[in-house]
Design a protein around this ligand. Structure first.
Ligand SMILES: [Zn+2]
Ligand SMILES: [Zn+2]
Length: 550
């Protein structure tokens, strides 16, 4: 027997975490996350793995195991379940957050969700699965120990070693030590996100203390932006607000929904029953008694925070005296958008606090000392760094080597690793595709469409509308020319007029007969205008002729 491990995403990139474990008899997928798009992916809301390959790759896929409720671990589950109807295992909060997403995709009633305890152990075919608790920026996180004929495999999920966890449950290093001692760990797959940071990551509690100070000192309203899945932090913000006599308004659909889920499942408690206030009622309260928790910490263009900064939010418009806090990491790829929203907030008169200048964010991922402690506890024979861009994976591998792990390997998405007879080897590569999702997954974007959008943003668009008689070829309307992103206001009229004449000349030269063949006319017009714009502007805008036959 052989255990095959295939990273479907998250190895070589940030986000999109998903990893397949397959012993030939049974297979499980650990996590199915999404990735937020970078600057080149215009109009794309997020990216998910293409799971169609799984059908061939692992026909005996038994289940999806979830480590915790962050988007980069559960965000692609609706897309997975549309491809493959498999049961999903996770802790109660993780499944609660997932259920909200599934409902958005109309899968609420259909999905088979099995809640597990944080130290639960169960069997899936030939695989023995044991969860173990880990600390992270969201409650109810776990890692997994997978046992099969080829050994014991440990996947940490996202973790840190918080010495004073908010829910009182530490990362289960003790349990891993016991497993290492009694059974031996064949391979450890560990979170690389924070390998560039020396020492240890501060406990989540720190953010609560920082927020308390800000809530206490700010002269007016305090608007705090964070990820809506950061349940620990929302809880801390509620506590800090209450202790400073502020009430809290929640902004953003996912913020409202996730808080509801966390309260309902008992993962969040309100400091007092009157703490929450509808955002539309904050205008009636004194500024010093108001705090707003909102989404949009990554500078997302349509998020509540951006709208507030632009003065376009229905209920909260940023003004002099406000304090805005961005309580989250600047995710690589989003820096520009975040900087832009910070600038907007300053321009609107707010004081702005963010990661670089204040303790308003701590990482949910372990730093080097914690990563070392994890490696020592599991003392694996083999080590595979997970979660992160290549440089993080490579640095984490070095760390493991320094810590004395006999064999470690950097694998990227699609690289197949095989474990057999206690040895690890590489076994080629499988194609792991990507899907670009636009909106709520209704219109999935092909990478071709994406290329078009990128191209359009660079070169602009010229649309020509012409109506011709389908019988005589006579010109009935137009040519009407609309340009986008091609010409500036000044000088555009002459240019467009020139283009109109070019189209008229093309129609004339074609003659009445050819004018009844719309595909030929489209080609001719496109060619003529391409030549025209290239000559006049040295640019090649996308030309879209629209021919109406009447
Ligand atoms: Zn996470
Ligand atoms: Zn993560």
């Amino acid at each position: 027997m052989t255990l095959r491990v295939v990273p479907m995403g998250g190895l070589g990139e940030i986000g999109l975490n998903s990893m397949l474990f397959d012993d030939g008899d049974s297979a499980v997928l650990v996590d199915a996350g999404l990735m937020f798009p970078d600057d080149t992916m215009l109009g794309v809301d997020y990216v998910v793995p293409d799971f169609t390959a799984l059908r061939d790759l692992a026909p005996h896929l038994k289940a999806l195991l979830l480590t915790h409720g962050h988007e980069d671990h559960i965000g692609a589950v609706p897309f997975l379940l549309k491809e493959l109807d498999i049961p999903v295992y996770g802790t109660r909060l993780t499944l609660g957050l997932l259920r909200n997403r599934l409902e958005e995709h109309g899968l609420g009633g259909k999905a088979r969700l099995f809640p597990i305890a944080r130290d639960g152990r169960f069997r899936l075919g030939s695989l023995d699965v044991e969860a173990f608790p880990v600390c992270h920026s969201i409650p109810d996180g776990v890692g997994y120990v997978l046992r099969c004929a080829e050994g014991v495999f440990v996947h940490t999920g996202d973790f840190k070693l918080d010495p004073s966890p908010l829910d009182g449950v530490p990362t289960a290093l003790e349990r891993l030590r016991a497993i290492a001692r009694t059974e031996g760990v064949t391979a450890l797959f560990s979170d690389s996100t924070n390998v560039e940071h020396e020492g240890v990551s501060p406990p989540e509690r720190f953010v609560g203390e920082a927020l308390e100070e800000i809530f206490g000192q700010a002269p007016g309203r305090v608007i705090v932006a964070m990820f809506s899945s950061n349940i620990h932090r929302i809880q801390e913000a509620l506590r800090a607000a209450a202790s400073c006599g502020r009430r809290v308004a929640l902004c953003g659909k996912s913020m409202v929904r996730n808080v509801g889920t966390a309260i309902e499942l008992g993962y969040m408690t309100l400091p007092h029953p009157g703490i929450l206030v509808p955002v539309e009622e904050t205008a009636d309260l004194a500024d010093r008694t108001v705090s707003v928790l909102t989404t949009g910490s990554q500078g997302e263009p349509r998020s509540a925070l951006t709208l507030m900064a632009l003065g376009e939010h229905k209920h909260v418009k940023i003004r002099e005296g406000d304090t805005a806090v961005l309580s989250s990491k600047f995710i690589p790829g989003n820096e520009r958008a975040i900087a832009s929203v910070i600038n907007r907030l300053f321009l609107a008169g707010a004081d702005v606090l963010y990661e670089k200048i204040s303790e308003v964010h701590v990482s949910g991922h372990g730093s080097r000392d914690e990563l070392r402690a994890m490696i020592r506890a599991a003392s694996p024979r083999h080590f595979i760094p997970v979660h992160g861009e290549p440089r993080l994976l490579i640095r984490h591998r070095k760390l493991a080597e320094e810590a004395g792990v006999p064999h470690s390997e950097v694998a990227l998405n699609g690289d197949v690793l095989e474990f057999s007879g206690g040895a690890m080897s590489r076994a080629g590569k499988v194609e792991v595709g990507r899907r670009f999702v636009d909106g709520k997954g209704v219109g999935d974007v092909e990478s071709l469409v994406l290329k078009d959008r990128f191209h359009l943003s660079q070169v602009g668009l010229v649309m020509v509308v012409v109506a011709l008689s389908s019988t005589t070829g006579e010109l009935l309307y137009g040519p009407d020319i609309v340009t986008r992103g091609v010409v500036t206001e000044s000088g555009s009229e002459a240019l467009v007029e020139g283009a109109r004449e070019e189209v008229l000349r093309t129609l004339e030269e074609a003659g009445a007969g050819a004018r009844t063949d719309s595909s030929e006319m489209q080609t001719d017009i496109r060619r003529a205008l391409r030549r025209y714009f290239n000559k006049r502007l040295e640019r090649k805008p996308v030309i879209v002729p629209v021919l109406l036959e009447l």
